[in-house]
Write a protein that binds this ligand. Structure first.
Ligand code: ZN
Length: 358
C-alpha cells in the first residue's frame, strides 16, 4: 500500500505531525510515493484560511486533510466539517497545538468525530494510524450499472414504494433524516461535479430506506434525494437487482425513459443483509441512536464492503435477524424488519437524534 504527502506542512505542528505519521506508516510497511501516482492514502496539508481541494486521480485514494487551528468553540461539526467538504477530503485531522504536540480532532465524511491526545508521540501516532488505516484500506462498492429492463407494471411504483415514501415522511417529521449538507454552498460547480463523480453521490444527505420486492430484488432510495419527498421511480427509488462482485458494480433495473439517479451508497450493505436473511423485508438507516444496541467497532466509510460486512455480521448475530437494530460507530443505525411499518412501530419513542461519538 502506498501513501503520499500533498501541500506543504508549514508550521512546526504540521511538520511534527507529518514526520510522526510518516514514521509510523513506513514502519508498518507502507511505501511513500508521489501524490500524482494514485497513492492509496494522501496526507493533504491545508491552510485553514485558504482551504484548497486536493483532486484525486483515483477513486481509491483516501484523502486526509490536515489542518491546524485554534480549539473550536461550540459544536465540533459546524466548525470542522466545512473544511472536509472544501478540501474534498475523506477525513479531516484538525490539529490544535498544545505543549509542542497537538490535540487532534478527527472528522469523517459520515459526520463522525473523535479526539486523540497523548503525551507520548509514539502512542499518539500509532493511535492516529489505527483509526486511519482501516478506513483508508476499505473497498468502495459504489459503481452503478443501469439496465432499462424494469417491468412496465413497476414504472409507477407499487405498494412498497408507497410505504417507503410514507416512512420517509414520518422519519423526516421525527427529524431523523438530517437535511442534505449544503455542499453546493461550499464548493464551486467544478468541485461539486468532481465530488459527485468520485463518491458516486447525488449530494450529501444522510439515511436511506429499502424494501424487498422479491427473492432477489429490493427497492432502495436514491443518493442525495430528500427522503421526505420520495416519488419518481428511477430517480427517487431504484430497484437493486444484484451485485457483480467480479466487476464490483451494483446492478439496477430502471424504466427506459428516465435519466436515472444513483442508488444510495449503502446499497451493498442492504444487498448483503437481504441476501443472507430471506425473512428481512425492509431496512432503514438513520443517523440517530438507540440505547443498548450492539455496535461495529471500526468506523468504515459508507459504501464500503467492510462496513457492509460488519453490519451484516451484527445482523446475523442478533437474536432475531429479521428485527435487528445495529449501531454503526460514530455514524448511526441500521434497522431490519419484516416490513417498513414494523420498523417504524418498533423505533418510535425509543430513538435518540444524537449519535454518541467515541
Ligand atoms: Zn449513514
Amino acid at each position: 500500500m502506498t501513501f503520499a504527502s500533498a501541500g506543504h506542512p508549514r508550521t512546526p505542528t504540521q511538520r511534527w505531525f507529518a514526520d510522526g505519521l510518516r514514521r509510523v506508516m513506513l514502519a508498518q510497511g507502507l511505501e511513500q510515493t508521489s501524490p500524482d501516482r494514485a497513492p492509496r492514502i494522501v496526507l493533504h496539508f491545508v491552510d485553514r484560511e485558504v482551504p484548497r481541494p486536493f483532486r484525486r486521480r483515483a477513486q481509491a485514494s483516501f484523502v486526509v486533510s490536515v489542518v491546524e487551528g485554534p480549539a473550536p468553540e461550540g459544536d465540533i461539526l459546524p466548525a470542522i466539517y466545512p473544511l472536509l467538504v472544501r478540501t474534498l477530503g475523506n477525513m479531516v485531522i484538525y490539529l490544535v497545538p498544545r505543549n509542542g504536540r497537538a490535540l487532534a480532532y478527527v472528522v469523517t465524511l459520515e459526520q463522525g468525530y473523535f479526539t486523540i491526545e497523548e503525551s507520548d508521540d509514539r502512542i499518539f501516532f500509532e493511535k492516529v494510524y489505527e483509526r486511519l488505516f482501516p478506513l483508508a484500506s476499505a473497498q468502495l462498492v459504489i459503481n452503478n450499472e443501469f439496465h432499462p429492463d424494469l417491468e412496465p407494471e413497476l414504472w409507477g411504483g407499487d405498494e412498497l414504494t408507497a410505504a417507503l415514501a410514507e416512512a420517509g415522511r414520518r422519519l423526516d417529521a421525527l427529524r431523523l433524516l438530517p437535511a442534505a449538507f449544503p455542499i453546493e454552498e461550499l464548493l464551486s460547480p467544478r468541485d461539486l461535479a468532481h465530488v459527485k463523480r468520485l463518491f458516486g453521490i447525488g449530494g450529501l444527505s444522510y439515511g436511506n430506506l429499502s424494501a424487498r420486492r422479491d427473492a432477489t430484488r429490493f427497492w432502495m432510495s436514491a443518493s442525495g434525494v430528500n427522503k421526505g419527498n420520495l416519488k419518481v421511480i428511477g430517480r427517487d427509488f431504484l430497484i437493486v437487482k444484484g451485485y457483480d462482485a467480479g466487476r464490483n458494480v451494483i446492478l439496477l433495473s430502471v424504466p427506459p425513459m428516465v435519466e436515472p439517479r444513483r442508488v444510495s451508497v449503502d446499497a451493498i450493505e442492504h444487498w448483503m443483509i437481504y441476501t443472507s436473511h430471506p425473512g428481512v423485508g425492509a431496512i432503514i438507516h438513520v443517523h440517530a441512536w438507540m440505547d443498548g444496541v450492539p455496535s461495529t467497532q471500526v468506523q468504515y466509510p459508507c459504501g464500503t464492503r467492510e462496513l457492509a460486512q460488519a453490519v451484516s455480521d451484527l445482523v446475523a448475530a442478533s437474536l432475531d435477524p429479521t428485527r435487528a437494530v445495529v449501531g454503526l460507530r460514530n455514524h448511526g443505525l441500521t434497522i431490519t424488519g419484516p416490513s417498513i411499518q414494523d420498523i417504524l412501530e418498533r423505533i418510535e419513542g425509543r430513538i435518540i437524534p444524537r449519535v454518541p461519538m467515541s
